[in-house]
Design a protein around this ligand. Structure first.
Ligand code: HEC
Ligand code: HEC
Length: 296
C-alpha cells in the first residue's frame, strides 16, 4: 500500500515537471519569435540579467586564468610599449586618465568601465587573459587575435599601473611618444618606482584613529563623511563611497599616496583650491586615508 502511494506521488511530480518544462520551452519560443524583447543597447540589462552575466564572467575568468605564467611586469620598456598599444586599441572604449572615451565606448552596453581601478578587482594573469581572449556577451574584443602575447603582456603591465598615472602624466607621455626626443625617457621616469599596492600602503594608517582625526580636524564642517559624528557639511563634495572614486579633487587619480599628498598640503596639490590646509601631518593623513578607503 505504502509502495504504491509512493509510486503515485513520483508519477504525479514527474508529469508536473514535464508539463512545466514544456510550458517553459513553448513560452520562451513564443517570446523569442514575438519580438517583444527590447534588444536596444540604449536600454540597460535588467538587474538580475546583469548580475548573472557579471558573475559568470568573473568566475570564468578566474578559472581560465589559473596557472598563467606572469613575466616581469615592472620592465619600463614593456610598460611603455603597453602605453602605445593602449592609446591605439583601448582608449576608444575605456578612456584614460584625463581622456574621455569615444562615442563608440559611450554607446556600448554593457558600458566599458574605466580601467584605472581594474588592478583592485583583477589579478595580473586575469587582466592578461581578458585582453587575450576578450569577454563574450560584453563586447570586449579578443586581442589575442591580431596582437602577440608579448604585446598583451605589455598592455597588462600598463593597465596594472594605470591607477597611479595622473592625467597630467598621461598627457606628458602621450606628447613624448609622438616625438622621438629624449623627453620620452623623462616622461616615463615614474616607471622606475615600484608601485607597492594599495593594501600595503593603506596598512600605514589606522582606520579608527583616522575617524577620530576627521572629527577633531573639523572636516565635517565642510564634508559629509559617513560614520563620523556631526560630519554633515555641505560646502564641499561628500566623501561617501570614497573607495570607489576615480578622481581626487578633479585633477588626479584617486590613489592612497596622492590622497595623503592632498591632505597634507591641498594648495600645493591644486593651486587655488578652496580646500584649506587643515594642518594634518603625514602620519595623520595616512590614518585619515585608511578610514576614507573603508567607505564603500
Ligand atoms: C569595443 C570596445 C572595447 C575595446 C576597444 C576594449 N574594451 Fe575592454 N571591455 C569592453 C567592455 C564592454 C567590457 C566589459 C564591461 C562589463 O562587462 O561590465 C570590457 C572589459 C574589460 C576589462 C575588465 C574590466 C572590469 O573591471 O570588468 C579589462 C581589463 C579590459 N576590458 C581591458 C581592455 C584593454 C587593455 C583594451 C585594449 C587592448 C580593451 N579592453 C579594449 C569594451 C572594450
Ligand atoms: C573649509 C572647508 C573644508 C574643510 C574643513 C575640509 N575640506 Fe576637504 N574639501 C573642501 C573643498 C572646497 C573641496 C573641493 C576642492 C577641489 O576640488 O578643488 C575639498 C575636497 C576634498 C577631497 C577631495 C574630494 C573629491 O571629490 O575629490 C577630500 C578627500 C577632502 N576634501 C578631505 C578632507 C578631509 C579629510 C578634511 C579634514 C582633515 C577636509 N577635507 C577638510 C573643503 C574643506
Amino acid at each position: 500500500m505504502l509502495l504504491t502511494h509512493k509510486a503515485t506521488v513520483w508519477k504525479v511530480s514527474l508529469v508536473t515537471l514535464l508539463v512545466a518544462a514544456v510550458i517553459g520551452v513553448v513560452g520562451a519560443t513564443v517570446y523569442i519569435y514575438s519580438g517583444f524583447y527590447d534588444i536596444a543597447a540604449a536600454e540597460p540589462h535588467t538587474g538580475p540579467v546583469r548580475s548573472v552575466l557579471r558573475t559568470t564572467a568573473r568566475n570564468s575568468v578566474e578559472r581560465h586564468a589559473r596557472g598563467v605564467e606572469i613575466p616581469n611586469l615592472a620592465d619600463a620598456k614593456l610598460i611603455r610599449r603597453g602605453f602605445e598599444l593602449y592609446q591605439e586599441l583601448c582608449v576608444v572604449c575605456h578612456g584614460a586618465p584625463g581622456v574621455a572615451k569615444s562615442r563608440i565606448g559611450i554607446g556600448m552596453n554593457p558600458n566599458p568601465p574605466p580601467l584605472e581601478d581594474a588592478v583592485n578587482y583583477w589579478k595580473a594573469e586575469e587582466i592578461y587573459w581578458i585582453i587575450e581572449h576578450g569577454l563574450k556577451m560584453a563586447g570586449m574584443p579578443a586581442f589575442g587575435i591580431g596582437v602577440s602575447p608579448h604585446n598583451s603582456w605589455a598592455l597588462t603591465a600598463f593597465v596594472m599601473r594605470l591607477s597611479s598615472i595622473t592625467p597630467v602624466e598621461y598627457a606628458r607621455m602621450a606628447a613624448a611618444v609622438s616625438d622621438p626626443d629624449p623627453r620620452v625617457a623623462e616622461a616615463f621616469s615614474w616607471t622606475r618606482h615600484e608601485d607597492p599596492g594599495w593594501t600595503t600602503l593603506l596598512a600605514r594608517g589606522d582606520a579608527e584613529e583616522g575617524r577620530q582625526l576627521i572629527r577633531e580636524l573639523g572636516c565635517g564642517t565642510c564634508h559629509r563623511v559617513p560614520g563620523v559624528l556631526g560630519a554633515t557639511g555641505r560646502n564641499a563634495p561628500p566623501l561617501d563611497g570614497w573607495s570607489r572614486r576615480h578622481y581626487l579633487a578633479g585633477i588626479q587619480m584617486n590613489t592612497p599616496a596622492l590622497l595623503v599628498d592632498w591632505l597634507v598640503d591641498p594648495l600645493a596639490f591644486k593651486p587655488g583650491t578652496a580646500m584649506p590646509d587643515v594642518g594634518a601631518s603625514e602620519t595623520e593623513a595616512w590614518h585619515i586615508a585608511r578610514y576614507l578607503y573603508t567607505l564603500d
